[in-house]
Design a protein around this ligand. Structure first.
Ligand SMILES: C[S@@+](CC[C@H](N)C(=O)[O-])C[C@H]1O[C@@H](n2cnc3c(N)ncnc32)[C@H](O)[C@@H]1O
Length: 210
């Protein structure tokens, strides 16, 4: 990741939290396994996520599963002026709310996380410095989860990072083959408490021939 030259930007955060919670709950009722939680993440989780993920040092950021946009707005608050964010959401009920976020650095995509490479190509991004995912890996079948994580690994820039915030740690098993072990922390002040995992893409170790 390149160190960012400018400081984080203040963006328009006018969308309100309570209608967010209402829309989020409706989305959960429609797709409980996909949404995975009955209320959006707390502001404390959003802040901790942004600092643990080291958002200010990333230029191209992909968010998988932005929901109604609380995490999206937090990422935008921590991003530099010249950074860009692509947020990919599968649930059509959340798209309108995401599109209300007025920030030129944000591109909202209605689609599946599994389309991430295709969406990056369409946006003419060769890679991303940071992928942040709130999608519930615990309800995904193993093959799909492994494929998604392998795709994320391949699209990250050298030293790019993958960050997942999750109720359970199943994502660690899925990611072990591609990324190894993560750094982690727990955010208790969220309903339910969540764990945040962070992996860095390291260059493969070259063995010297004898
Ligand atoms: C636990 S919610 C997190 C929402 C929000 N980021 C937050 O923290 O409040 C998970 C989100 O991931 C979305 N999601 C689940 N599977 C997805 C997939 N395969 N592709 C894109 N979005 C997905 C759900 O619709 C939901 O919005």
């Amino acid at each position: 990741m390149d160190p960012a030259s400018s400081s984080p930007r203040t963006e328009n955060t006018s969308a309100k939290r309570s209608p967010d919670s209402f829309s989020f709950f409706r989305g959960f009722l429609k797709e409980p396994r996909q949404v995975g939680s009955i209320i959006p993440s707390s502001p404390i989780l959003e802040r901790r996520l942004s600092t643990f993920a080291r958002v200010p040092s990333a230029r191209r950021i992909v968010e998988l599963g932005p929901g109604t946009g609380g995490t999206t707005r937090a990422l935008l608050r921590h991003m530099t002026e010249d950074a860009a964010l692509m947020s990919i959401e599968a649930n059509p009920l959340f798209i309108d709310r995401l599109q209300q976020i007025d920030d030129p650095r944000l591109a909202v995509q209605h689609g599946d996380a599994l389309q991430v490479r295709e969406l990056l190509n369409q946006a003419e991004w060769n890679n991303a410095d940071l992928v942040i995912s709130g999608i519930p890996f615990s309800t995904m079948d193993q093959e799909t989860g492994r494929k998604l994580i392998a795709d994320i690994h391949s699209l990250l820039s050298p030293n790019g990072a993958f960050v997942a915030y999750q109720i359970r740690d199943r994502v660690c098993n899925l990611a072990k083959g591609s990324f190894g072990r993560p750094d982690k922390c727990t955010v208790w002040r969220n309903i339910p408490p969540l764990r945040i995992f962070r992996w860095e893409k390291t260059a493969p170790v070259k063995h010297r021939e004898r």
